[in-house]
Design a protein around this ligand. Structure first.
Ligand code: DGT
Ligand code: CA
Ligand code: CA
Ligand code: ZN
Length: 582
């Protein structure tokens, strides 16, 4: 296990101990142990483990060092497994409800004897939670709402996580000798920010062994339907997947049909009808004549197409990338040959808005730059939190200016090919003032301004607050414009049309926060905004080296927003970005 994975487990152990009501010193030891680990360089950590000297680090005692060693070596820890097994799963689940921490869950468990979600939901309704000391009616209502959201959200899954499940399965299908072609279709292929279920389409003349392989995958928890050419399964996470196996001649039509979206399909079928054709998952057949579309296709009456480009061509269109298949004007644009050349991951030369161990990141400045260099990036922007974000260990003026010096020295040292821009993610205070004075921000290469508190402000107040920040000449870009956390937290109330107007008028960039949990500003708003001149920055908001990879999710969302390289700051050359920041 890597040091960051170990740190996560230590953090979790702290929370589990708190749920059990263990002594506060013990609990704190795990939390601070995690933070000490995070602040070590990876090499330094490996060396300490190899030398058996972890316990010489301040904040890591002998017992903790032993546990870290065990996790590092075996990837498991008996103490942790036993601890988890000793706590009712319902209590652990409650940690995911917004507004519920270990302390409150413990009180609910001890005073009301509740250890399931259902029990908790009922106690919120009948007033028992409201009566508990330290709760009250307002907090009971908030918990009830959190549980309800969780149920609604629970039916969908984050694109990033669903994709991590899907890709190895596609690769596995393609390795099978009976499989001619295999793709993941549906909302996953279209790059929707959340996914209801996975839809695998396979071309094969010999479905039986493929079906068996799929239904017997080790990660499959339950086979919910099993047929010769179609099956459905459910994974541990609750994510479900359909597999359809079709004869190779039908593959392109099935792939297109099950990629969707429904709106896109409806428009495509309409277009086919105008040409005397009927389009379906079976094929593209004459609309008139004997029998159903399926029968016609089976009689070999379908047009033959080698790939989706061929299918679109048969309807006098250019290829529509899956990202654009939402029925939002892509048919007309493809007919006119006016589809945009969408941005690709390879167009990115760097990224802004990244954190280090100076605030709440898990990797040091040097580690982050090393990771950016490995990605071949020309530049990396560092924007740690500012002092108002004390819970994220935000930097005050003194620490910030020291970091700027450190970054300038790093650039001059020639140690990395990747240039580092010195920035800050500066809190937008409740009235729209910024957490740093203009003279301080003027010493930075750029500023990301973000809202991190007072989410409950009314729409008018929040809109004015954000616009005031957007109008500040020191602000380069606005961070996560709505604060939403997909499937977890609703956006705060803000008039985005006004914010976008203000950003365009003041030549302020708005980020497309590429964290798979945010993807904020939403892709649905980008096409129009970019046409009106809004510049986008695809910002991974990375809190560790691996987090830089999240730009992939950002690019996926940007493509759904019809964005081209010219709309995105990260595609600019180093010299162009330097000029913009100067
Ligand atoms: P999801 O799973 O909710 O995230 O969204 P999708 O788009 O993956 O939807 P899903 O899995 O129900 O079906 C996959 C695609 O199959 C869908 O995008 C379009 C096509 N499809 C499924 N059912 C229908 C239907 O009743 N009518 C039409 N026109 N297309 C359908
Ligand atoms: Ca689906
Ligand atoms: Ca489906
Ligand atoms: Zn932030």
């Amino acid at each position: 296990m890597t040091k960051n994975e170990i740190a996560e487990i230590l953090e979790e152990i702290g929370v589990l101990l708190e749920l059990k009501g263990e002594n506060p010193f013990k609990i704190r030891a795990y939390g601070s142990g995690a933070r000490v680990l995070e602040s070590l360089e990876s090499d330094e950590f490996e060396q300490l483990v190899a030398d058996g000297k972890l316990d010489s680090v301040k904040g890591i005692g002998a017992a903790l060092a032993q546990k870290i060693g065990e996790l590092h070596e075996t990837g498991a820890l008996g103490f942790y497994d036993k601890l988890k097994a000793s706590i009712a799963p319902g209590l652990v689940e409650m940690l995911e409800v917004p507004g519920l921490g270990a302390k409150k869950i413990k009180a609910i468990h001890e005073k009301l004897g509740i250890d399931t979600m259902e029990g908790l939901a009922a106690a919120c309704v009948d007033g028992r939670v409201a009566e508990l000391s330290g709760f009250g009616a307002k907090s009971a209502a908030k918990i009830a709402e959190g549980i309800k959201n969780r149920e609604a959200y629970g039916k969908r899954h984050l694109w990033w996580l669903a994709n991590e499940v899907a890709q190895p399965i596609v690769a596995g299908l393609r390795e099978r000798p009976e499989v001619k072609r295999a793709e993941a279709a549906g909302s996953l292929r279209r790059g929707m920010e959340t996914v209801g279920d996975l839809d695998f389409i396979v071309a094969s003349d010999e479905p039986a062994p493929v079906m068996t392989w799929f239904c017997e995958l080790p990660e499959v928890k339950e086979v919910t339907a099993r047929g010769e050419t179609k099956s459905s399964v459910r994974f541990e996470s609750g994510l479900q997947a359909d597999l359809r196996i079709v004869p190779p001649g039908q593959f392109v039509f099935a792939l297109h049909h099950f990629t969707g979206s429904k709106d896109h399909n409806v428009a495509m079928r309409q277009r086919a009808l105008e040409r005397g054709l009927s389009l379906s998952e079976w094929g593209l057949v004459p609309a008139d004549g004997e029998g159903t579309a399926k029968e016609k296709a089976e009689r070999g009456e379908s047009k033959e197409v080698a790939d989706e480009a061929g299918l679109f061509k048969a309807l006098d269109m250019t290829f529509v990338p899956p990202a654009l298949r939402e029925g939002l004007g892509e048919i007309e644009a493809a007919e006119a040959g006016e589809l945009p050349q969408l941005i690709e991951v390879g167009d990115l030369r760097g990224a802004f808005h990244n954190h280090t161990t100076a605030s709440d990141g898990r990797n040091t400045l040097a580690e982050m730059v090393t990771a950016a260099e490995a990605l071949g990036w020309d530049y990396l922007g560092i924007a740690d939190h500012s002092k108002a974000s004390f819970q994220a260990n935000g930097l005050d003026e003194e620490r910030l200016l020291k970091q700027v010096e450190e970054i300038r020295a790093l650039n001059e040292s020639g140690r990395f090919k990747t240039h580092v821009f010195a920035g800050s993610e500066v809190d937008i205070l409740t009235d729209g003032r910024l957490d740093f004075a203009d003279e301080v921000m003027a010493q930075l290469d750029y500023v990301v301004a973000s809202v991190h508190n007072a989410f409950a402000q009314d729409e008018d107040t929040m809109t004015k607050r954000i616009i005031r920040a957007v109008e500040n000449p020191q602000v380069t870009m606005l961070g996560h414009a709505t604060g939403r956390l997909l499937l977890r937290r609703e956006p705060y109330k803000v008039n985005l049309a006004k914010v976008i107007d203000a950003a365009i008028a003041n030549d302020t960039i708005i980020e497309l926060n590429a964290s798979p949990w945010r993807l904020d500003l939403d892709w649905r708003l980008w096409r129009k905004a970019a046409e009106r001149g809004l510049l986008c920055a695809i910002n991974p908001d990375a809190h560790e080296c691996d987090g830089l990879q999240h730009v992939r999710a950002g690019v996926s969302a940007a493509r759904k927003g019809w964005l081209q390289p010219k709309h995105v700051l990260n595609t600019w050359t180093l010299e162009q970005v330097k000029a913009r920041f100067s």
